[in-house]
Write a protein that binds this ligand. Structure first.
Ligand code: SF4
Ligand code: SF4
Length: 263
């Protein structure tokens, strides 16, 4: 009997900083086990060997910001059996989605020495706006343990389990004192997905939302809680407009309270 073919793994980069791919490399020992169970068919950050598709599992990092990438993502989808987006850029447009609230044409000459060669879209958009996505793994960068959980679930042929509660639930579970209650620090934790282990509150600072809004997040209610702590709408808008500014719940609430300057 012919030996069973190992599943083919591909990792794709769009507009991003590579941090989520580095989280995958940061798995170290576990990565060796994964590398033994799959064929690393397309992962330029780890290997120069590129094998042709189709691929059983594609991990996609980054957002769509150029006409070329808007076409390329359809090709990636076409050659991928399961497509998982990793990180705030892929799932919510990333920090580069701040352009969505401004005129990108005004920014390009401020950033690039030779703006004439820049071919960019007006917006930075998540992968799901362009093609079907099977799973979304959040964070900026993604949590390496969640990444491992998704890879393992895929290899075992089952759906991955990802938490559907807020960062606050993790604080409670870990016994981390609430920075808002104990120290009066505004925190986005009540409306943000768990998955990071409540990293920021564990170090005494408020969550700034890198895992993106929880499904059904009531950001309007959070605004009242922030106001009770003395935070202005301008501070709330700045907090919502960070790594996941273009996620719908954050975008809508931030647009309600523009302009950012003043209070
Ligand atoms: S510190 Fe933030 S995330 Fe933790 S319980 Fe308080 S409000 Fe929630
Ligand atoms: S606490 Fe919030 S900002 Fe900090 S790592 Fe977790 S989700 Fe990201």
């Amino acid at each position: 009997m012919a030996p069973r073919r190992k599943p083919r793994l591909a990792v794709w980069k769009f507009a991003s900083c590579d941090g989520c791919q580095l989280s995958l490399l940061d798995l170290e020992d576990e990565l060796l086990a994964i590398a033994g169970a799959v064929e690393l068919a397309n992962f330029p950050e780890a290997s120069r060997a590129i094998l042709k598709g189709p691929y059983d599992l594609s991990l996609v990092e980054g957002s769509i910001t150029t006409p070329h990438d808007a076409e390329r993502i359809h090709e990636v989808r076409r050659v991928s059996k399961v497509l998982v987006t990793i990180g705030a850029c892929a799932n919510a447009g990333g920090i580069q989605a701040l352009r969505n609230f401004a005129d990108v044409k005004e920014w390009v000459p401020l950033v690039y020495a030779n703006p004439a060669v820049i071919d960019t879209l007006r917006t930075s958009t998540p992968i799901a706006n362009h093609v079907k996505v099977d799973y979304e793994l959040n964070g900026c960068p993604v949590d390496k343990h969640q990444l491992l959980a998704v890879a393992t679930a895929f290899l075992q042929g089952r759906r991955p389990w990802l938490p559907s509660v807020s960062v606050c639930a993790t604080c409670k579970r870990r016994g981390i004192p609430c920075v808002s209650v104990a120290r009066g620090i505004p925190c986005l934790g009540p409306v943000v997905r768990a998955g990071c282990g409540a990293l920021c509150p564990a170090y005494g600072r408020g969550c700034y939302g890198c895992f993106g809004p929880l499904r059904g997040a009531n950001v309007a209610a959070l605004r009242q809680a922030w106001r009770a702590l003395g935070a202005t709408d301008a501070q709330l808008v700045r907090a919502l407009r960070a790594y996941t500014a273009s996620a719908e719940a954050f975008r809508k609430e931030s647009e309600r309270h523009e302009p950012v300057h003043g209070s």
